[in-house]
Design a protein around this ligand. Structure first.
Ligand code: PLP
Length: 392
């Protein structure tokens, strides 16, 4: 037992071929904003089945630009889920808009369409949804709400590369979608992100926004200016990705379907093993989606002391995690806004009971059995909350 290796909750899989592609690009004359970026964008768009892909330096930058490209006025309200990584909601604040949270569904932990409806006001201009853990949201209903109320729809698909909603790949379902290539996500470029859209006007704007808001097509439009001319039309950022990152991305894309299959295989083992533990609820999967399993999360029964289980798992060198602390609970959000925990009973309940177990393509079946064995022991060792109270 003493020599057991630590199993993290997520880990990249970078092989020799991937490394070779990066090295080749570093030896070339283009190491940023060159041919590898274009190739990565084209391969990505082909995989998703969408018209445009725009590569940026990380998923948070992708979110920031997706919101920026909508060109909303200061104070516009954007509805989103509280059960996500802080970056989703932060992108709203970067753009001087107001985040409005709508509670999640009890089964998928995705945003609840009926809660979205309740939060719509005259100021609402957009919705940002998250495909939690890799399971696409219920898009038919959400798209209908967006259409009816004239709202833009952004999909934070950071968890769901390779997933499908009714046979359509995520990233090809709504106005704009974003992806992340952080090492724990489905494919990695170290840091990296992508925005996908079928709207060419958004794509043109996004390309300007990632490069200081500079329009490079000035010459074509205005022949009276010199060849040296360029024009900054929007307040953009420098969110460019390097070509050696794109080279890694292209190589990783070839392995993506294999990564997703491996995740699914490991999940099947988790599901069949964990079904036998009465204190645990395994993930619910809706029947109109293909889940791509960024995260494998379980719910512990209310009586189980999660903190004790968590500590025991860490002692057993299992990298458990909690995804997520609802965004409105963070200090910055508490200080700046007046959200009340009581408005999000489902997020509160799930947050109090959830635990993420390790899942990544390089994990072996034996690793999964080790996690399951450790979890059984940890639950036993932690005892339940009521026993402890009576012991005091
Ligand atoms: C990872 C993640 C992001 C941000 O991606 P980075 O590439 O780390 O900036 C955004 N939203 C969600 C839901 C994520 O999981």
């Amino acid at each position: 037992m003493a020599e057991d290796k630590f199993i993290p909750y997520g880990l990249q899989d970078v092989n020799e071929e991937d490394i070779n592609e990066v090295v080749q690009t570093l030896k070339s004359n283009w190491i940023t904003t060159g041919p590898k970026i274009t190739e990565f964008e084209q391969e990505f768009a082909k995989y998703i089945g969408c018209r445009n892909s725009v590569a940026v330096c990380n998923g948070t930058a992708a979110l920031d630009l997706a919101v920026a490209s909508l060109g909303l006025k200061k104070g516009a309200e954007i509805i989103t889920t509280p059960f996500t990584f802080v970056a989703t909601a932060n992108s709203i604040i970067y753009n001087e808009c107001a985040p409005v949270f709508a509670d999640i569904k009890k089964d998928t932990f995705n945003i609840d369409p009926s809660q979205i409806r309740k939060r719509i006001t005259k100021k609402t201009k957009a919705i940002i949804v998250v495909d939690y853990a890799g399971q696409p949201c219920g898009y038919d209903e959400i798209i209908e709400i967006a259409k009816k109320n004239n709202l833009y729809l952004i999909e934070d698909a950071a968890h769901s590369l390779g997933a499908e909603y009714k046979g359509k790949k995520t990233g090809n379902v709504v106005d704009l979608a974003i992806f992340s290539f952080h090492p724990v996500k489905h494919i990695t470029t170290g840091e990296g992100g992508m925005i996908t859209t079928n709207n060419d006007e958004f794509a043109r704007k996004l390309r300007m926004l990632r490069n200081h808001g500079i329009d490079k097509n000035v010459l074509k439009q205005n022949s009276s200016v010199g060849t040296w001319h360029y024009d900054m039309k929007l307040l953009g950022r420098n969110y460019r990705m390097t070509d050696f990152q794109a080279a890694l991305g292209i190589s990783q894309m070839k392995r993506l379907d294999g990564f997703v299959r491996k995740r699914q295989q490991l999940v099947e083992i988790y599901n069949s093993e964990l079904k036998r533990i009465p204190e645990i609820t395994t993930p619910f999967v809706s029947n109109d989606v293909k889940h791509s399993w960024h995260l494998y999360t379980v719910l512990l029964d209310k009586e189980i002391d999660r903190e004790k289980v968590f500590l025991r798992m860490k002692e057993k060198k299992i990298g458990v995690n909690v995804h997520y602390i609802p965004v409105y609970k963070h200090t910055y959000y508490r200080q700046k806004f007046n959200f009340s925990d009581k408005d999000f009973p489902n997020a509160e309940e799930v947050y109090s009971r959830i635990m993420t177990l390790p899942l990544f393509p390089k994990m072996s079946k034996e690793d999964v059995f080790r996690v399951v064995g450790a979890l059984k022991e940890a639950i036993k060792e932690a005892g339940n909350k009521t026993n402890q109270e009576s012991r005091i």
